[in-house]
Design a protein around this ligand. Structure first.
Ligand SMILES: [Cu+2]
Length: 146
């Protein structure tokens, strides 16, 4: 029953999307590349999320006991940046002061975090999960330059 329902939903969406895509494409320019991409993207689940990560600059940060590596990262204001947080040893948090960024990463886990780059300045990032004796030293600096 579940499969049937998904099939019905999928075909409904495809049926609903197809005429819209054709209508918007035909009068303007049939060879429009953006229109072609949109039609393809609608059929894929999670296409929006993966295309975000595809256009962003990815900075890998590893969290272990008791440090982030690297502990200083620098980005441009307005730049599309994703921090790929990789859990190595221990369970740690990754939070950026003055922002709503706050995630927890387990050993072996990889979490993508979109960096807020709308404000210039120096922002401390730190572990906000009590993780042992080095917890309070587990911090770094995010610099957003003009
Ligand atoms: Cu900690």
């Amino acid at each position: 029953m579940k499969t049937l329902r998904i099939l019905l939903l999928t075909s409904f969406f495809l049926a609903a999307c197809a005429p819209v895509a054709t209508d918007t494409n035909s009068p303007s320019s049939p060879s429009d590349m953006e229109g072609a991409d949109d039609t393809g993207g609608n059929g894929e689940t999670g296409a929006a999320a993966s295309s975000d990560a595809a256009t962003a600059r990815v900075i890998e940060i590893t969290a272990s006991n008791w440090a982030f590596a690297p502990s200083t990262i620098s980005v441009k204001k307005g730049e599309n940046v994703v921090v790929r947080l990789r859990g190595d040893i221990g369970i740690h948090g990754f939070a950026i002061r003055g922002t709503n960024v706050s995630v927890t990463v387990n050993p072996g886990e990889v979490i993508d975090v979109t960096l807020p780059t709308d404000a210039e300045g120096s922002f401390e990032f730190f572990c906000n999960v009590p993780c042992g004796e080095g917890h309070k030293d587990m911090k770094g600096t995010l610099t957003v330059t003009a």
